[in-house]
Design a protein around this ligand. Structure first.
Ligand code: NAP
Length: 238
C-alpha cells in the first residue's frame, strides 16, 4: 500500500479522471478528500471511492470558496488538480463571457488552490496538474482550451521552483473516456471518438485509470519535479 497513512486531495474528484485517481489512491491506502461544486456528485463519488473518502464543496473559480475548503481540509500530503469547466467552439462563436470558465477554472482555479493549499502540504508531498494535447497540437475549435492546457504546464514548472521541496508535476493526457467528452463532442461523441481511436497508435482512447496510474507515479517518486508526463496512446506522434 503505497499511500497508507497519507491524505490525498483530488480537486475535480467527483467525475472522470479525478474520480479514477481518487479511487486508485484509496486502493493504495490513502485517505481521500474530493473537491467539486455539486454536493450530490461529491456524495455519490465518495460512496463509490470507499470508507476513507469524503467530499468538500468548492468552486475553484472563486478564491474565497477555495480558501474555506482548504481551511476545512487542513494538513495533507498530495494534491491532484483535475477540475476544469471546459468548453470548445470555433473562434467565431467564442465569446469572453460564455467561455471565460474554460480558462478561469483551469488557470485561476489552479492558482487559487495552490495559494491556499501549499502551506498545508507536507514537505515530502507533491502537486500534480493535468494538461491536454490541445496545448501542443492543433485542433479546430480548441484555441482557448489549448491556451489553458499550455498555460497550466508553465504554471507547474514555475511553481516547482517556487514551492520546493514540494514537488510539482503535470500529466499531459490524450483523449480519455470521461463525461467531459459529452460536453466537448456533444451528439457526435461516438463517431468522433471512433475516428480519433482509428488514427491512434494505441487504436483506442484512454481510460481514467490509465491517467490515475501516472498521477500516482508522480506523487510517489520523490525525485521527480517539474516534469510533464505524456500519456496519450501515441496521439502526439500522428
Ligand atoms: N477527458 C479528456 O479527454 C481530457 C484530456 C486531456 C485533459 N483533460 C483534463 O482532465 C481534467 C479532468 O477532465 P475529465 O474529463 O475528468 O472531466 P469531468 O469528467 O467533466 O470532471 C470534471 C470534474 O471537475 C469538477 N469541476 C469542474 N469545474 C469545477 C469548478 N469550477 N470548481 C470545482 N470543481 C469543478 C467537476 O465537478 P462539478 O461539476 O460538480 O464541479 C468534476 O468533478 C480537466 O482538467 C481536463 O482539461 C481531459
Amino acid at each position: 500500500m503505497k499511500f497508507s497513512n497519507q491524505i490525498v486531495v483530488v480537486v475535480g474528484g467527483s467525475s472522470g479522471i479525478g474520480l479514477g485517481t481518487a479511487k486508485a489512491a484509496h486502493a493504495e491506502g490513502a485517505s481521500v478528500v474530493i473537491v467539486g461544486r455539486s454536493p450530490d456528485r461529491l456524495d455519490q463519488a465518495s460512496a463509490q471511492i470507499g470508507s476513507r473518502a469524503r467530499g468538500i464543496q468548492a468552486d475553484v473559480e472563486h478564491e474565497a470558496s477555495v480558501e474555506t475548503a482548504f481551511t476545512e481540509i487542513g494538513p495533507f500530503d498530495h494534491l491532484f488538480i483535475s477540475a476544469q469547466d471546459a468548453a470548445t467552439a470555433p473562434l467565431s462563436k467564442t465569446t469572453k463571457d460564455k467561455f471565460r470558465p474554460t480558462l478561469d477554472s483551469k488557470i485561476w482555479g489552479a492558482l487559487h488552490i495552490v495559494k491556499h493549499a501549499a502551506s498545508r502540504i507536507s514537505s515530502h508531498g507533491s502537486i500534480v496538474f493535468i494538461s491536454g494535447l490541445a496545448g501542443r497540437k492543433g485542433y479546430s475549435g480548441f484555441a482557448l482550451a489549448g491556451a489553458a492546457n499550455a498555460g497550466i504546464e508553465a504554471v507547474a514548472r514555475n511553481l516547482a521552483v517556487e514551492l520546493a521541496p514540494i514537488r510539482v508535476n503535470t500529466v499531459c493526457a490524450g483523449v480519455i473516456d470521461t463525461p467531459m467528452l459529452d460536453k466537448v463532442f456533444g451528439a457526435q461523441r461516438q463517431e468522433i471518438v471512433e475516428a480519433i481511436a482509428n488514427k491512434l497508435p494505441a487504436k483506442r482512447i484512454g481510460k481514467p485509470e490509465e491517467i490515475a496510474d501516472a498521477v500516482l507515479f508522480l506523487m510517489g517518486n520523490g525525485f521527480i519535479t517539474g516534469a510533464t508526463l505524456l500519456i496519450d496512446g501515441g496521439d502526439a506522434l500522428v
